[in-house]
Design a protein around this ligand. Structure first.
Ligand code: DX5
Ligand code: ZN
Length: 215
């Protein structure tokens, strides 16, 4: 039973309200919100005001993916805007446990993300402090890129570690995920599939959602 998390970056922003309500009605499990600072990644997306707007449009769980060089400066505004989970990158905080503890104090779940060129073994010792591991299967910054196959090894390695240590950490995969590669990603050990363009460009979101949830 995998979960599907549409990445709102792939939505039509001219019709943001409709897009969120339609995704919600399609039966998705949660939403994935990409925050980019033009520094950690070469693109800028949106901030807490849009997160607050989205929070007003759906009751579903909001995972806020911070692609920021100094994510800790923005923990509070995003939590206040309605984030249920805050995910930040190991590349900016190689010793991330302190920030995980800070976020727990704010009563949100906490995620750790890892880029495709960061060795997976860097994150394993910290997984016990995190509710979510977000494995990037593209270099973050833009939607619509192709899936990087080596992410599957990171997923499998994390799955093995999580099971061997009886951890509750969920594994999500983000970037280039679609209806064709979904089954292989879940088979490698993913619990949650983030889908931007594949979800919002799909002409049958209900079926795509059911297909992922049946994996
Ligand atoms: C990439 C973002 C992703 C992105 C996924 O920088 O973190 O969440 O929106 O979009 P697709 O599914 O189109 O690759
Ligand atoms: Zn993302």
């Amino acid at each position: 039973m995998a979960k599907i998390a549409p990445s709102v970056l792939g939505a039509d922003f001219a019709r943001l309200g409709e897009e969120i309500r339609d995704a919600d009605k399609s039966g998705v499990d949660l939403f994935h919100l990409d925050i980019m600072d033009g520094h950690f990644v070469p693109n800028i997306s949106f901030g807490p005001a849009i997160v607050k707007t989205i929070n007003g449009l759906t009751d579903k769980f909001l995972d806020v993916h911070l692609m920021l060089s100094e994510p800790e400066k923005y923990f509070e505004p995003f939590v206040e805007a309605g984030a249920d989970s805050i995910t930040f990158h190991i590349e900016v905080h190689p010793e991330p446990a302190k920030y995980a503890a800070q976020l727990k104090q704010m009563n949100v779940e906490v995620g750790l993300s890892v880029n495709p060129d960061t060795p997976a073994k860097r994150v394993l010792p910290y997984l016990e402090n995190f509710d979510l591991l977000l494995v990037m299967s593209v270099f973050p910054g833009f939607g619509g890129q192709s899936f990087i196959e080596s992410a599957l090894e990171t997923v499998a390695g994390a799955r093995e570690h999580i099971d061997a240590h009886n951890l509750k950490t969920k594994v999500a995969v983000d970037g280039g995920v679609d209806g064709d590669n979904a089954a292989g990603i879940v088979a490698a050990g993913a619990d949650i599939l983030v889908m931007g363009s594949a979800f919002f460009n799909s002409n049958d979101r209900v079926n795509l959602t059911k297909m992922v949830q049946a994996l």
